[in-house]
Design a protein around this ligand. Structure first.
Ligand SMILES: Nc1ncnc2c1ncn2[C@@H]1O[C@H](COP(=O)(O)OP(=O)(O)OP(=O)(O)O)[C@@H](O)[C@H]1O
Ligand SMILES: [Mg+2]
Length: 330
């Protein structure tokens, strides 16, 4: 840890051109970044394509005051959007997942012992504030609202006091950023799917700049998928994305066949789509003759966790989408 702290102390802030970083074309808009990555900088995902909401995030990262609250459906790329942005700016990211029993020491740090000596182990929030990193609090809507409220002071930009470390006062670095992600917007779950989420105190949510995400548009989803699963023909990948999009609509009750009996009770996340493509390749050799790897993989990524009615409907739909011709790759 001492080595990592030294690395953080030696971070060197620089101005970058936002356009050059995110689109490859200089824009003249300056964005604060670091000259090189550190141990805490997330690795860049070579398959990543910035979605439409990236604009919001880039504008947010130009402004260093407001904390950001990104909400949207499961597996839609909220956490990776923040980390991809950070990786392009060489930002160190200190990440934590919220839960209902989370207490302040998990954020700020705690006393520890090494070689018989007591020392203060900084938590992710302290590290981000002290050294100018990005604090990423995932699943913020799982926090107990009374715990969340202790963050209000920090969200307002005030220093963090650590009595256990001799009363150290951490004044937030001008490079400090606070981003949170969640499946709900903090005003409780309307879908019944996000168990454990809690309605947050409105004064707490009021402190954030909000950004809503959804699943990417089809062309934005096919391109990364083609890089992740190059062994699958592009026509088949497009069909898989189309299928995922139809399932999402049926899940919301607005698909082309959204008769009441066809509504699905499982959502098709980008995460599921990626796993489906990977498994379809893996299951190519071992599947029994006559069984399509696409359908076999679909069961293992999505259909097996649906209700029996939804599972039957998913099978029917996939038979229609992936006819003998697309099964040809199988
Ligand atoms: N634009 C994209 N390009 C490539 N991969 C993506 C993209 N968006 C999401 N992914 C992939 O989708 C998966 C899910 O992303 P992520 O974990 O960020 O979602 P999330 O919205 O934070 O999910 P949760 O609600 O469960 O926290 C990851 O494997 C990520 O790499
Ligand atoms: Mg996440």
């Amino acid at each position: 840890m001492t080595q990592s702290i030294t690395e953080l102390e030696n971070l060197s802030a620089v101005e970058m051109d936002a356009g050059s970083v995110f689109s490859g074309r200089a824009s003249g808009t300056k964005i604060m970044a670091y000259s090189s990555p550190s141990t805490f900088t997330p690795a860049t995902n070579p398959n990543y394509l910035f979605p439409d909401q990236s604009g919001d995030l880039i504008v947010w990262s130009l402004d260093n005051h407001d904390p950001l609250y990104i909400f949207g459906p499961q597996g839609s790329g909220k956490s990776c959007l923040v980390k991809e942005l950070a990786s392009r700016l060489n930002y160190p990211v200190f990440e934590l997942t919220g839960h209902s029993r989370l207490e302040f020491p998990e954020l700020a740090g705690h006393l520890s012992v090494k070689d018989g000596q007591m020392f203060f182990q900084y938590g992710p929030l302290s590290l981000a504030m002290k050294f100018g990193g990005l604090f990423l609090l995932n699943e913020i809507d799982l926090l107990d609202p009374s715990t969340a409220a202790v963050l209000n002071w920090i969200l307002d930009g005030f220093p963090l006091c650590i009595p256990e470390n001799g009363g150290e006062l951490i004044t937030p670095s001008p490079m400090f950023r606070f981003a949170a992600t969640a499946n709900t917007n903090g005003s409780s779950d309307e879908t019944g799917l996000c168990h454990g989420t809690l309605r947050q105190n409105s004064a707490f949510v009021d402190r954030f700049w909000l950004c809503e995400t959804g699943y990417p548009k089809a062309d934005r989803e096919v391109a990364p998928l083609a890089k992740i699963a190059p062994a699958l023909p592009s026509a088949l990948l497009s069909k898989m994305v189309e299928f995922a999009s139809e399932v999402r609509k049926l899940f919301r009750g607005s698909g082309s066949e959204s008769r009441a009996e066809n509504l699905l009770d499982v959502a098709f996340s980008t995460r599921t789509l990626i796993r489906w493509a990977r498994l379809a390749i893996k299951f190519r050799p071992p599947v029994k003759q006559g069984v399509s790897p696409i359908n076999y993989a679909l069961d293992r990524t999505l259909a097996f966790r649906a209700s029996s009615e939804s599972e039957a409907f998913l099978h029917e739909l996939s038979q229609r989408f992936f006819n003998a011709e697309s099964a040809g790759h199988n």
